[in-house]
Ligand binder design. Structure first.
Ligand SMILES: C[S@@+](CC[C@H](N)C(=O)[O-])C[C@H]1O[C@@H](n2cnc3c(N)ncnc32)[C@H](O)[C@@H]1O
Length: 268
């Protein structure tokens, strides 16, 4: 928990909790069979099972499955079945037509072949089954967005309120570094928005699409203000600022929610 957003309850309220609500609020119906791909520590799977759905959470990281299994014990009685499995989704073969919904929350960007992963999800879904995808679009970062982030992060670093200070004092170089880190510097390859949205639209009928604030997650993850009251107020303000600037079209978004229904026939 120490280095993560789970270190403080108010940070979870600003980040993981609204993300989980975006997904749980997009699921209608009762007692559904849901597959949560890349479930991590299982917070979304757990909430869905508390709503009465039968959930299978998959993750390739043993530690994540361990934590998810431990938190499963906090599950309310009367809720749906909740199972976890350690597996690489790319190699995993589930039963075709078994699920009412398949969720990719912050994992599709990481899968080497998003089209193939979505084809597999299509196969796993029942007819009229739903795909829910909450994903990053970091490649949409532009200079204006990076400049805003520099203006937030650099003063925190100078105040010694940032766990990994490394932005140069020169704003031009700092902005370039933020852009580089967002677009190419995260990992060898993270899928672009286009690489994910194209197969989503090809394989599923779009029901809803929306953008959500997310850049603030990165700032809050590294922010370290000794006084929790000040940290909470600043964290809330940074999130609100991102929402405000996104609403005005002043900066680029980094997180999208796609909800779609399985297309009956796969397009050629
Ligand atoms: C950023 S976390 C997201 C966790 C959770 N879905 C959420 O939104 O809070 C991404 C998770 O996907 C898992 N993951 C990455 N590639 C995977 C794969 N090929 N198969 C299964 N899980 C994978 C990682 O181990 C990690 O726990």
């Amino acid at each position: 928990m120490k280095g993560s957003l789970w270190r403080r309850a108010f940070l979870v309220k600003l980040t993981h909790a609204p993300n989980a609500r975006l997904l749980t609020g997009s699921i209608s119906g009762r007692n559904l069979k849901i597959l949560d791909v890349g479930c991590g520590t299982g917070c979304i799977s757990l909430e869905l099972s508390r709503m009465g759905h039968d959930v299978l959470g998959l993750d390739l990281n043993e530690r994540m499955i361990e934590i998810a299994t431990r938190t499963k014990k906090t599950k309310d009685s009367g809720s749906g079945k909740l199972q976890y499995e350690m597996a690489d989704f790319d190699k995993w073969s589930g039963t075709a037509g078994a699920y009412d919904a398949v969720i990719f929350s912050r994992v599709l960007h990481d899968l080497p072949d998003p089209e193939n992963a979505l084809l597999k999800a299509h196969r796993l879904l029942k007819s009229r089954g739903r795909i829910l995808c909450l994903e990053y679009a970091y490649n949409m970062m532009d200079k204006k967005t990076a400049t805003w982030l520099y203006q937030i992060r650099k003063p925190l670093e100078l105040q010694d309120w940032y766990s990994s200070p490394h932005l140069p004092d020169d704003p031009g170089k700092g902005v370039d570094l933020i852009m580089h880190e967002a677009v190419t510097g995260r990992k060898q390859h993270i899928n672009t928005f286009e690489e994910m949205i194209r197969p989503l639209k090809r394989l599923f009928h779009q029901e809803t699409f929306s953008w959500h604030p997310y850049h603030f997650w990165d700032v809050l993850s590294d922010m370290r203000i000794p006084n929790p009251r000040i940290e909470e107020r600043l964290a809330t303000m940074i999130k609100k600022l991102e929402e405000f600037l996104l609403g005005k079209g002043e900066i680029q978004p980094a997180l999208f929610l796609y909800k779609g229904t399985k297309a009956r026939r796969l397009p050629r």
